[in-house]
Design a protein around this ligand. Structure first.
Ligand code: SAM
Length: 248
């Protein structure tokens, strides 16, 4: 057991293998309602957070992009819009999420613009030093062995490559944290029940946020994985945060 979160599925204690299986089940179950639920739960704010990460990436043509836990394509599509035709690969553990993403891409008229790969962030099916920009958005929290995923990110990046992680994080201000907790634990599972007919998956979502390492702890683990110049950008008082880092 290398890090504490690998034994937690939300607040339930499980084995590492069981956790990965359960994460696949959760995203199988939510794939079709995933995009609608994101908008409802965050009142659309997740779009602003994703836009902010794209501003920090400054996508341009000629680079290769890997969006891990790419799901239904929100980050890859934003990169495509800014960079134009580029080498953009989405890699996700869950074929169902990628299927929804592929349908969305076709609806945008992007028939052949992305590579879709089913794979695990902990053991990426990509060559070492093959990627210029690695992104992971609301994915790292679900990964069983976070440190393995960070080491894999470092391995596939070229020297001079950049890493970006957008993830739920910690609200520091105690009063705001209280309101946010009440909203998360009381409202989000209910929205999940009514809209997606799946309370458990959204209960998992809320609980997994609380188990994820806070800003400074994740920063430390990025340095331990070999990254340099880690920069943290808090979003909405720390409800989410972007960790940006370099492979030098
Ligand atoms: C909350 S969704 C995020 C999707 C998208 N990146 C976004 O920001 O909207 C989390 C995604 O992580 C994927 N995932 C979970 N564990 C993973 C792993 N170990 N490797 C790759 N993908 C994983 C899930 O299948 C799911 O598609």
């Amino acid at each position: 057991m290398q890090n504490p979160e690998s034994q937690w599925f939300g607040t339930r204690k499980v084995t590492a293998k069981e956790k990965t299986g359960r994460v696949i089940d959760v995203f199988d179950s939510v794939a079709d309602s995933y995009d609608l639920m994101n908008d409802l739960m965050s009142a659309g704010v997740h779009r602003l957070w994703k836009d902010q990460m794209i501003r920090q990436i400054r996508p341009r043509p000629g680079l290769s992009y890997l969006d891990v836990a790419g799901g239904t394509g929100d980050i890859a599509f934003r990169i495509r819009r800014k960079a134009g035709p580029a080498r953009i690969t989405l890699c996700d553990l869950n074929a169902e999420m990628l299927r929804v993403g592929r349908d969305r891409a076709v609806n945008h008229g992007w028939i052949d613009d992305f590579e879709w790969v089913v794979g695990n962030a902990e053991a990426l099916p990509m060559d070492s030093e093959s990627v210029d920009v690695y992104t992971i958005s609301f994915g790292l929290r679900n990964v069983t062995h976070i440190d393995d995923a960070l080491r894999e990110a470092w391995r596939v990046l070229k020297p001079g490559g950049r890493f970006f992680c957008l993830e739920f994080s910690r609200v520091d201000e105690p009063f705001l944290a209280k309101i946010y907790d009440a909203y998360s634990f009381r409202i989000i599972p209910r929205i999940g029940q009514v809209v997606a007919k799946d309370r458990d998956s959204y209960q998992y979502l809320v609980e997994s946020i609380r188990k994820f390492p806070p800003q400074k702890a994740l920063e430390k683990r990025l340095y331990q994985a070999g990254f340099d110049r880690v920069k943290i950008t808090n979003l909405s008082f720390g409800i989410a945060a972007i960790h940006e880092a370099w492979k030098l």
